[in-house]
Design a protein. Structure first.
Length: 277
């Protein structure tokens, strides 16, 4: 079965009011099955999630629906959200706090017809350049969450991980190094099937350029920090999710409007079970 996975940080509703509508057009055009969204406005301020998926038929969960309080920075940054083609079931929510900023990881179970249940994990990690230790801890927590809820179908992890492919947190998820005595392995969809550097946060995007100047302060900053990861055969002996394509969206303006300060990543997967020998 072909599954399409999309992840994009939508930058809440900052700036041009046309952005959310144009993002909705892109989501409808792409028709994804699993969608990871970051920095989505809290419904108490604006139901941006409903606007993003209007007309798509997708089923949604915003972190506001599963938390018992509004994080102190929720009004500013928004929160993590999930949208799926078929109704999903929330399994667990993890809080990750760095200083005064709270980030959340959502994990849901999604039915795949004729194949079973699939675990879909959507994290957001701290953005500061000096927060790699926190990103390391969160990467390990994500894999521990996967171990608690893993199904026969390969786990999908998608989100804004705020670290380049050479960072320890990403190398850990990619099976290239151990952390805290733990090791894991997931396939990085872009590394398997993407073309070029795949930068998702870059000074070439004017919505990102001002923020990059503020928090990085160096010229020419370009990084790939948004990912789709797919569970490997080591953890899923009876199924495969073959990555057949990976590409960027929102990496150029639409009708003169940049859709977000991040580009998104779309990955197409062929999911199948492996007959027992």
């Amino acid at each position: 079965m072909r599954l399409r996975v999309l992840t994009i940080n939508v930058q809440n509703d900052e700036g041009d009011p046309r952005r959310t509508g144009l993002l909705n057009q892109e989501i409808r055009r792409l028709a994804p099955d699993l969608v990871a969204l970051q920095e989505v406005c809290y419904p108490g301020r604006r139901d941006q999630l409903a606007d993003l998926v209007a007309g798509t038929g997708l089923h949604t969960t915003h972190q506001a629906a599963v938390l018992d309080r509004l994080p102190p920075d929720g009004d500013r940054y928004g929160g993590t959200a999930i949208a799926t083609r078929r109704p999903h079931r929330v399994l667990e929510v993890l809080e990750n706090r760095t200083g005064d900023v709270h980030w959340w990881t959502l994990a849901v179970s999604v039915p795949v017809p004729s194949l079973g249940e699939q675990l879909f994990v959507v994290p957001t990690t701290p953005w500061r350049l000096d927060a790699e230790a926190a990103r390391e801890r969160q990467a390990v927590e994500i894999t521990e969450l996967d171990a608690r809820h893993r199904t026969g179908l390969p786990t999908i992890i998608a989100g804004d991980l705020n670290a380049g492919p050479d960072a320890s947190s990403i190398r850990y998820l990619s099976g290239l190094q151990a952390l805290h005595g733990r090791s894991a392995h997931y396939h990085d969809a872009w590394a398997v099937a993407g073309d070029g550097p795949g930068h998702t946060w870059t000074v070439d995007n004017p919505l990102a350029a001002a923020e990059i100047d503020r928090v990085i302060g160096q010229p020419g900053h370009r990084r790939r920090i948004d990912y789709v990861f797919v569970g490997s055969a080591h953890a899923h002996a009876r199924a495969r999710a073959r990555i057949v394509a990976a590409r960027l969206i929102a990496d150029r303006p639409v009708d003169g409007v940049w859709l977000s300060d991040h580009a998104g990543v779309v990955a197409d997967l062929d999911v199948e079970t492996v007959p027992s020998s």
